[in-house]
Design a protein around this ligand. Sequence first.
Ligand SMILES: [Zn+2]
Length: 308
Amino acid sequence: MTTDRRTFIAGLVTMPLLGSLAGCAASPSRSVRASVLPSQALGDRIRVITGAPGNVVALNAGDGVLLVDGGSPELAPSVRASLAGARVRTLFNTHYHADQTGGNALFGKDGAAIHAHEITRQWLATDYYVPADDRWVKAQPAPALPTATFRQKGETKVGAESIEYGWLIEAHTRGDIYVYFRDSNVLAVGDVASPERDPVHDWYTGGWLGGRVDALDDLLALANENTKIVPAYGPVMSRAQLQVERDMMQKLYDRTTLLTTQGRSAQDMLEAGVLKEVDREFKDPYRFLYDVCKGHWAHYTNFGGNIV
Ligand SMILES: [Zn+2]
């Protein structure tokens, strides 16, 4: 395994900020310096580009590149600058969030086919409300929309690599997917695994803790002891590390669903020390529990809840 930590400035490009993501419809163009980002090799033909601001998985297929996630709008030019001139022919979106889909317009205009779950396309194609920020996000322009969508799972062959992909129902959003590079044994999982940052449940779009546990079970079934698991943020994980995260989430699920059926709030759960029962440092414990509770209320029939 080698690590490339070059950070020199590779060039200056001009990129229009996506007005919708900047919160207004007509943001002026802004010069952005595109740097070559650090990357880590995961075998002969796959590497993970870091700091985009999350992770981007790049498969070198000989006549072009396949990416899983393309970085934020601001950093997508740096992702492109990190590909040594290779053209992106295929881009997978693990979910609709801007730090994963911010490169869609850039790579889509370059001719990349954009693959995503159908629900991810729907979120990107429509105006939607973000309750945490009390703001609306505008629909993305046509070149930024996925061009090839699916609902359950699929597979393809790119160069010598067999690739499988599939839906991780309601784990972080309602449109999460994994992308599994079977020959290289690399599994990209987006924000469904979160080894460093607090796990986020985008409850307004259907993500919840029960869905996360189910999705982590699905990922554990795909992986073996040699699988390199790439989360949206943080270091590459082993299957054993993913198992630890899954068990921790199951424990929190059991405790928080019980308290939810008793009508307890996120603040109640925090004061009851729910998060102290697991070996994890939460940066914003209340925020995490607030989103967990919102997700539980939205899915109370899933756990037989008779919420008081
Ligand atoms: Zn996300």
